[in-house]
Write a protein that binds this ligand. Sequence first.
Ligand code: UD1
Length: 429
Amino acid sequence: MDRIRIRGGNQLNGTIPVSGAKNAALPLMIASLLTDDTLTLENVPHLADVELLIRILGNHGVDYSVNGRRENQRKGHSRTIHFSARSIVDTTAPYELVSKMRASFWVIGPLLARMGEARVSLPGGCAIGTRPVDLFIDGLRALGAEIEIDGGYVVARAKNGLSGGRYRFPKVSVGATHVLMMAATLAKHETVLENAAREPEIVNLAECLNAMGAKISGFGTSTIRITGVTSLSGARHRIIPDRIETGTYALAAAMTGGDVFLEGARADLLEAALKTIEQTGTEITRTNAGIRVKRNGAGIAAVDMETEPFPGFPTDLQAQFMALMTMAQGQSRITETIFENRFMHVQELARLGARISLSGQTAIVDGVERLRGAPVMATDLRASVSLVIAGLAAEGETLVNRVYHLDRGFERLEEKLSGCGAQIERISG
Ligand code: UD1
């Protein structure tokens, strides 16, 4: 199993290109199931999760082709991919595949809408909290589906197609918003989704669906209206830059000091996080071409933070922000409101010398003057990259085990960081 070795202490200086967003790419790829035409997606990141979803979609009958090699399409770089679901050959998504990636459960929406049936295994995925699927089930029922749970599978039927309807999410859910929005595009009547997620990835998906002929309005606000159409066509659509990758490297630069330009990053996708990072004493300059992050000399100020649905501070940057706070001057309180049990990185950060105690959903971090390298274990995608950030600032060597978590969500991580002066390398085997 691959590991990552970091020798900490170097400042980061240089340019890091930001990849296409994983969390936008996955639902957009799934949307290809809605049409028998070709959906072309630009800026698809080269990640393990994307490769796995290509396989899962293949099971349902989606063919894909990748544009020929060009300078900007070298191995490991974002690509343009054509997806074509001319006919759906299987409406079952088996446990062996869905358990590897939670987001693959989302195929339930398009399969049900286009085929009138779907049989999708209850998911597994990242070990962060219980992550139930009750909102998907209640929401699809509100749109006219009949649903039962049978042998670990969610079996959904709408023999004469979905009718559409009104659904108010009792809790904001990105995944359930994606699914209900996709399902409603082919329903007979209008659908109104209230308390919907407002994440940029929802907007990216809605814009693509509209380019395919859907009639969706209100996306980006908490009330989304969808007027059903009889069929969707193909389209060409570009995936937004990854705001979590952007925030991760911004936090890495804040942690080590230095001056980094995040090329292609869009500040409007993560304003809350940028403002919080600025409060720590980091200078951030927003430009049309990207975001510049700079911290010279002065120490890191301790700042309290609470995760929230968009436009608040994203839960996917919580672990990375905690890494920064481990070396802040003073105490900070970090509260996780989205997921239970999303603090697995705490004990690993402690192995590097961090002082963190937990009180319910709040982590209390007492900044220390220095961290010291140690072997650590990656437990989930975002937690693992927080260990990388901490390792970049720690004295001596940090060895991050179970790197496959990182490969799920970060394109060419070692290359991007070493390009800015970090001593980081992958040890294979
Ligand atoms: C997506 C992101 C993930 C991010 C999360 C929150 C992708 C591929 N993943 O995950 O990186 O951390 O949004 O921004 O885009 N919930 C229920 N019942 C449900 C569905 C969700 O109780 O039926 C709960 C979850 O357990 C969680 C909360 O709702 O506590 C938010 O989860 P949700 O927004 O659905 O997360 P995902 O879409 O899985």
